[in-house]
Design a protein around this ligand. Structure first.
Ligand SMILES: Cc1cc2nc3c(=O)[nH]c(=O)nc-3n(C[C@H](O)[C@H](O)[C@H](O)COP(=O)(O)OP(=O)(O)OC[C@H]3O[C@@H](n4cnc5c(N)ncnc54)[C@H](O)[C@@H]3O)c2cc1C
Length: 213
């Protein structure tokens, strides 16, 4: 219990430090008039980016960080498009990995073994890329990214109906899910915070806000 409390205090401290660092950085951003004057005064750019959603803004930031002169044009407002809808999760692709395993361990493996294994490997590579991207973001955009504790509640030991229509997943709360997530974390070299299987009491201490839900 003590270990869980210390981990929560450490996570909260890191979050508050990053927030104050982010606020300092924002105060240095030039205003609209200054940006337009800067664009008018510049004859040539190395790179023009059209669209200031997370893809365009991210590409522009990355190029600028590599020393290129960049102008990013947005017709509405930054992140006004699809990016404004995002839940902002830097996911590692756990759901894709689940689907890939479910397909691998299905009758498809007997029917079309080569195709099924090929498709599994493609999904695994994609998930590995997600982990690499997440690690990159956490290291290079440390002021914007943050780990958030999430609890997955199970109210039964055996789940019926079977999640993902995959019968072994009925035994998920008995250890299959924990094993899956250990494997999932191993794909990022365990660079993420540890996971625990928590009893009701420990969860209330670790995620106090959940108590009121
Ligand atoms: C409900 C929801 C939840 C999501 N949650 C997540 C999540 O948790 N994690 C995750 O990784 N992804 C999530 N996504 C997906 C993610 O939001 C999108 O993949 C991402 O926002 C796409 O960004 P974008 O920059 O490519 O597009 P957009 O955000 O749409 O940006 C395109 C921009 O280009 C501008 N533009 C277009 N044409 C022009 C032009 N001619 N001149 C100037 N500007 C122009 C638009 O105004 C717009 O701002 C979610 C998506 C939705 C809908």
């Amino acid at each position: 219990m003590l270990q869980v409390n210390r981990a929560a205090a450490r996570a909260l401290g890191a979050y508050q430090r990053k927030r104050s660092q982010g606020t300092r950085l924002l105060s240095q951003v030039p205003n609209r008039a200054q940006i337009l004057n800067g664009i008018k005064a510049t004859e040539e750019y190395d790179l023009l980016v059209v669209g200031g959603g997370c893809t365009g803004a991210g590409a522009a930031l990355d190029a600028a960080a590599r020393g290129l002169s960049v102008a990013c044009f947005e017709r509405a407002d930054y992140s006004a498009g699809t990016s404004s809808r995002s839940t902002k999760l830097l996911w590692g692709g756990s759901r894709y990995l689940v689907t890939a395993f479910v397909n691998l361990l299905s009758v498809n493996l007997l029917k079309e073994p080569r195709l099924t294994i090929k498709s599994f490997m493609a999904d695994l590579r994609m998930v590995l890329n997600c982990h690499r991207e997440r690690k990159f973001m956490l290291e290079k955009q440390a002021h914007l990214t943050n780990w958030l504790p999430i609890a997955v509640p199970f109210t039964r030991w055996i789940m019926n109906p079977a999640p993902f229509n995959f019968y072994p997943a009925m035994l998920g709360p008995l250890g299959l899910f924990a094993a899956f997530f250990k494997f999932y974390d191993s794909l990022s070299g365990f660079s993420c915070p540890p996971r625990w299987v928590l009893t009701d009491l420990k969860m209330v201490i670790f995620l106090q806000h959940c108590y009121t839900i």
